[in-house]
Design a protein around this ligand. Structure first.
Ligand code: PLP
Length: 401
């Protein structure tokens, strides 16, 4: 019998990153020394005090079902975090915990989207957003941002994208894939537009809040414009800052009715996030954050290595990211050129495939993130590897004629 996917599954696009990843695997299998700069996770380990808290939780027998959207102790830690870091006040009935940031987004859309509802997604975007919208039969409305604006959506672009069918705007700052962060003033200007359109909800993905550089001050929209508090879902998680990608804990805070809807979704899908991971997240949020500084110093050094390499590569430009661990390089300058083996570079997929072929460096093409031509470099790897990757990228760019 042939497999017939559901309509919902058919709407979801296969990942554009898979082709490059597969090619990298094939080359590795042939013994080629491939440098992979595609990873979306820190190379650091989970801090010890967090691991210990998890081990303690196992020993205490915290191994059973929990409240579906989070144990009270974790909700309490999240409430304290929002107060401490963002000057935002929430009660326990306004907090949702799920197995990762990705499920938080899924639960919010599953709870709110009807067929044809529009979700504004500034591009380049994290690859999951449009696909989760499509899964719910919603319509992703991609707004292409410009490098001159630091890949950030402007108030005029936002205003032009809003229609009567707009349900949500997604903001992700610092951003995956660009690392660019909105200032409080920029958020305030976007908020002015949103105040004129009271039917639009705002989802902020603040996953990279703690990985920031050069004195950039993180801000989130519900804090900057309290009049949006009642229609903002402020999403965050422990995956990136605490190097806990495998533990699967994400969380969000928002209006009680929305959170109740999301609770209904999680109660009939994944149920509670792992009990042990929830206790680890309590230790992460309530614990010492001293480990962040040296890690951010390492990330900053690596960011600068990558930026310097990109700046010197022919045909590439990239704005300086305020956070996360990605650089998004524009490669328009390489379009129409030809590789030494005679292949013409027509788009960023060609560029990334040829770079992998010629110099064994794997990066993700901009098309995967909804903005061409460009590519994302993840610098969550050691300095020596990044220096070598930079040399290879420069050599590749110089070889194009
Ligand atoms: N949001 C952004 C912007 C991300 O980059 C990621 C992970 O890559 C997530 C959310 C998902 O995080 P989690 O691993 O907690 O699901």
């Amino acid at each position: 019998m042939t497999f017939k996917p559901s309509e919902a599954l058919s709407r979801v696009k296969p990942s554009a990153t898979l082709a490059v990843a597969q090619k990298a695997r094939d080359l590795r299998a042939k013994g080629v020394d491939v440098i992979g700069l595609g990873a979306g996770e820190p190379d650091f380990d989970t801090p010890d005090h967090i691991k210990e808290a998890a081990i303690d939780a196992i020993r205490r027998g915290e191994t059973k079902y929990t409240a579906v959207d989070g144990i009270p102790e974790l909700k309490d830690a999240i409430i304290k975090k929002f107060r401490r870091d963002n000057a935002l006040d929430y009660s326990a009935s306004q907090i949702h915990v799920a197995p990762g940031g990705k499920p938080v987004i899924y639960n919010a859309f599953a709870a709110t989207l009807d067929a044809g509802d529009e979700v504004i997604i500034p591009a380049p975007y994290w690859v999951t957003y449009p696909e989760v919208v499509r899964l719910q039969a919603g319509t992703p409305v991609e707004v292409k941002t410009r490098i001159e604006n630091g890949y950030k959506i402007t108030p005029a672009e936002l205003d032009a994208a809003i229609t009567p069918r707009t349900k949500w705007l997604i903001l992700n700052s610092p951003s995956n894939p660009t690392g660019m962060g909105y200032t409080a003033a920029e958020l305030k200007a976007l908020a002015e537009v949103l105040l004129r359109h009271p039917h639009v909800w705002i989802m902020t993905d603040d996953m990279y809040e703690h990985i920031v550089y050069d004195g950039y001050e993180f801000a989130t929209i519900a804090q900057v414009e309290p009049r949006l508090y009642d229609r903002t879902l402020t999403m965050n998680g422990v995956s990136k800052a605490y190097s806990m990608t495998g533990w699967r804990i994400g969380y969000a805070a928002g209006p009680e009715a929305l959170i109740a809807g999301m609770r209904k979704v999680i109660s009939q899908t994944t149920s509670n996030p792992c009990s042990i991971s929830q206790w680890a997240a309590v230790a992460a949020l309530n614990g010492d954050h001293g480990f962040l500084k040296p890690r951010n110093e390492a990330f900053l050094r690596r960011r600068n290595l990558v930026l310097a390499a990109v700046e010197e590569a022919e045909g590439l430009v990239a704005p300086t990211p305020e956070g996360a661990f990605y650089v998004f390089a524009d490669c328009a300058g390489a379009m129409g050129k030809t590789t030494p083996s005679g292949q013409e570079i027509q788009n960023d997929t060609d560029f990334c495939a040829a770079l992998l072929e010629a110099e064994a460096v794997a990066v993700v093409p901009g098309i995967a993130f909804g903005l061409e031509p460009g590519f994302r470099i993840s610098y969550a790897t050691d300095d020596d590897t990044l220096v070598e990757a930079g040399k290879r990228i420069q050599r590749f760019c110089a070889s194009l004629k």
